[in-house]
Design a protein around this ligand. Structure first.
Ligand code: EPZ
Length: 417
């Protein structure tokens, strides 16, 4: 549990950790390489350790010394992904594409839904079938055999991040030219393509409406630096916006968070940019302005992973805000705890209507998913009084050390057993 004594302005500087959602697909891609890969700046978070445990179970190996994580997928013999471990981390679904690309077959436990939604994988499966894979779906497991896979064309009906990554992984060594239309444009797809190209893959068109992949026989091992985590950085900037004061966030790529920066400026914050860092300042005397209507959208739209954190800022802004969650079907779980803290929010289908209040008051709250639990931490920093936040196991999935970072930003926080 975290104990936060809130109500003070933010003052400080943080260099954000490596990006969770960038490193997870790269760990799956390590299975496609014929040599070990070394990753610099990989975040020490539980989702990464789960993926490493799965790589080990498949026959791979890894070692982590200081900043350098070495992953060796060359010894992979197994093509069945462990069900129990896979349930721990949804990104394990990316082993489907990686093992299809490497072994031409895979047996994987259907990834469970989670607090924010059912999270089906129909688009992943449709794409593989479209390219000739044979898919047998059982109750809990999915068998895919790629013996007959051929290069071709696939139009995604929704730009799913995971489906785009899985299809790229299954095609980088598939002879011929494959075209993926309407793929996701998230930075996590861009970095996966960048990583694979450095390993010798022939991929182009990421961030456009058509990703073109020409299969290659062999992918070599490389050294790769993991970029900063756009959602961790965005969470801290949003906390400074909500609390007032100033935060300097380093090791973040500005192109990845422009939609958030634009929104926070509209709400009355001052933003100062340079190459790889951003400073947000808000005079606590000038209350945040509300946002009439916000939608979460695929990149480059406002990211769903920032929606809960932004709701805290809207909760103390002047006036009425509305946010429509267009990506996941159940991502308003922090409304109830925020109301316990004095927020005035009500939900109508996929829209939350937020009437800003002067202050939130600390109390005991429970997070139910990673970004929701982080948003409650932000609410604790904003609220007058003391807030107890439960949900460490969710926060550990995505944050190396949220207490360290919050303290660097001037928040009075401690963790109790
Ligand atoms: C990735 O999840 C991220 N996870 C999520 O971050 C992020 O919220 C999401 O992309 C959207 O940006 C990782 O990168 C590990 P999707 P993913 O496939 O790939 C529906 C976090 O907190 N859909 O783009 O699962 C799906 O149900 C996590 O770090 C289908 O219907 O996202 C959802 O409503 C949370 N069929 C929407 O699309 C499919 O086959 C977006 O899903 C696939 C997806």
């Amino acid at each position: 549990m975290y104990v936060i004594h809130g109500g003070n302005t933010i003052e400080g500087k943080v260099r954000v950790q490596g990006a969770k959602n960038t490193v997870l697909p790269i760990l799956a891609a390590a299975l496609l390489l014929s040599e070990p890969v070394t990753l610099k700046g990989c975040p020490r978070i539980s989702d990464v350790y789960t993926m490493l445990a799965l790589i080990e179970q498949l026959g791979g190996a890894w070692s982590w010394r200081g900043e350098i994580l070495t992953v060796d997928g060359t010894g992979i013999k197994n093509w069945e992904v462990d069900g129990l471990l896979a349930q721990e981390c949804r990104a394990s679904i990316l082993f489907m594409g990686a093992l299809l690309g490497r072994e031409k077959k895979v047996r994987i436990h259907r990834p469970g839904g989670c607090a924010i939604g059912k999270r089906p994988i129909n688009i992943h499966v449709e794409g593989m079938k479209q390219l000739g894979a044979k898919v047998r779906e059982e109750e809990d497991f999915i068998h895919v055999s790629g013996e007959r896979m051929q290069s071709g064309t696939f139009h995604m009906k929704f730009p799913s991040v995971g489906a785009t990554q899985n299809l790229i992984l299954s095609c980088v060594k598939l002879p011929g030219i494959t075209k993926l239309y309407n793929g996701a444009r998230e930075p996590e797809v861009v970095y996966l393509c960048d990583f694979l190209r450095k390993c010798g893959a022939k991929i182009q068109g990421e961030r456009t409406d058509c990703i073109v992949i020409q299969g290659v026989k062999r992918l070599k091992g490389v050294s790769y630096e993991i970029p900063g985590d756009r959602i961790v950085g965005g969470t801290y900037l949003t906390m400074a916006a909500a609390s007032g004061g100033s935060a300097q966030i380093e090791h973040v790529q500005l192109w990845e968070i422009e939609s958030l920066l634009f929104l926070l400026e509209r709400m009355g914050c001052s933003i100062y940019r340079n190459q790889k860092s951003v400073i947000l300042y808000r005079n606590p005397k000038n209350r945040l302005k509300s946002v009439e209507q916000l939608y979460t959208q695929p990149f480059p739209g406002f990211p769903t992973d920032m929606q809960s954190q932004w709701m805290v800022a809207a909760a103390v802004a002047r006036g009425k805000s509305k946010v429509c969650e267009k990506i996941f079907e159940n991502r308003f779980q922090i409304v109830a705890p925020l109301k316990q803290m004095g927020a005035n929010i009500h939900v109508e289908q996929d829209t939350a209507i937020i009437e800003g209040v002067e202050n939130l008051s600390g109390c005991e709250v429970w997070g139910k998913d990673l970004r929701g639990a982080c948003a409650l931490m932000v609410a604790g920093a904003v609220a007058k009084g003391t807030t107890l936040v439960h949900g460490q196991k969710y926060i550990d999935r995505g944050h190396e050390d949220i207490v360290r970072d919050f303290k660097l930003l001037g928040v009075k926080v401690q963790q109790t057993k």
